[in-house]
Design a protein around this ligand. Structure first.
Ligand code: DX5
Ligand code: ZN
Length: 226
C-alpha cells in the first residue's frame, strides 16, 4: 500500500484557453502524469467550455494520457465523437442519465477506458453494480461546473467507502475539485490514486514561464506521498 504513487492530472480548465497546445506541453514537460479535459455543456452544469472538435485539436499535443471528463447530458450520442477525438479515458456522470450501465459499456466498446464520475450528493454505493465496467471512478470533491472552489471534506468518508468497495480490483480512484497542498494528503490517505488540480497548478506561471507549474506539480505529489 505504501508503494502507491499518486498521479497528478492538471485540469486545463484553469489554463489559458487561447493557448491550450502550449499549456499542455508546458505541464507535461514539468511532470504532469496526464491531462484532465473538462467538457461542460451549460445544461448538466451551469457552465460551458468546449466540445469534441477542440478535444481533437488538443490530441496531438498530449503525450501522456488524455483524460476527458464529460459534464454533459445526454452522453451517449457523443461517445463516438470523443472516441474519434482521441480520448484515452472518457468519464461520464452517474447523474447524467438513466442508463449509466449502457454508457460505460459503450465507452469501452469504443476502445476507451471508462470512467464513472460521481457528484458530491451521490452515495458512492451506486457504483457497486457497475464497478466492473469501470477503469476509474472520479469522485467530485466540489459541485462540478467551476474551478477554484473549496474541497468538500465530507467526501473523504465517501472516498474511503469506495476504496473498500473496490478491494483489490484494478480500478483507480480520481479526485476532482479543490485539490491543493492542504487537501491532497487528505484525498490520498482516503484512497485517491489520481488527483486533478486546476487552479493549484495554473495559478502561478505560464507557458512562457513554466517552472512554477513544475513546482506546483511536485508540491502536490510530495504532499500526497504516504
Ligand atoms: C470542476 C472540474 C474540475 C476543475 C478543478 O467542475 O471538473 O476538473 O477544473 O478545478 P480546481 O482544481 O481549481 O478545483
Ligand atoms: Zn474535472
Amino acid at each position: 500500500m505504501s508503494e502507491r504513487r499518486v498521479a497528478i492530472a492538471p485540469s486545463i480548465l484553469a489554463a489559458d484557453f487561447a493557448d491550450f497546445g502550449r499549456e499542455v506541453r508546458a505541464v507535461e514537460d514539468q511532470g504532469a502524469d496526464m491531462i484532465h479535459v473538462d467538457v461542460m455543456d451549460g445544461h448538466f452544469v451551469p457552465n460551458l467550455t468546449f466540445g469534441p472538435q477542440m478535444v481533437k485539436a488538443l490530441r496531438p499535443h498530449v503525450k501522456t494520457v488524455m483524460d476527458v471528463h464529460l459534464m454533459i447530458a445526454p452522453v451517449d450520442p457523443y461517445i463516438d465523437a470523443y472516441a474519434e477525438a482521441g480520448a484515452d479515458i472518457l468519464s461520464a456522470h452517474y447523474e447524467a442519465g438513466p442508463h449509466i450501465h449502457r454508457t460505460l459499456q459503450a465507452i469501452r466498446g469504443h476502445g476507451m477506458k471508462a470512467g464513472l464520475a460521481l457528484n458530491p450528493g451521490t452515495p458512492v454505493e451506486v457504483a457497486g453494480p457497475v464497478l466492473d465496467l469501470c477503469d476509474t471512478v472520479l469522485v467530485m470533491t466540489v459541485n462540478p461546473g467551476f474551478g477554484g472552489q473549496s474541497f468538500l471534506e465530507s467526501q473523504l468518508e465517501q472516498i474511503r467507502r469506495l476504496r473498500a468497495m473496490i478491494g483489490d480490483r484494478p480500478i483507480t480512484i480520481g479526485i476532482d475539485g479543490g485539490v491543493d497542498t492542504r487537501t491532497a494528503p487528505l484525498a490520498a490517505a482516503a484512497g485517491g490514486d489520481m488527483l486533478v488540480a486546476g487552479s493549484a497548478i495554473f495559478k502561478h506561471g505560464s507557458a512562457d514561464d513554466p517552472a512554477p507549474y513544475g513546482e506546483a506539480i511536485t508540491a502536490l505529489r510530495e504532499a500526497a506521498r504516504p
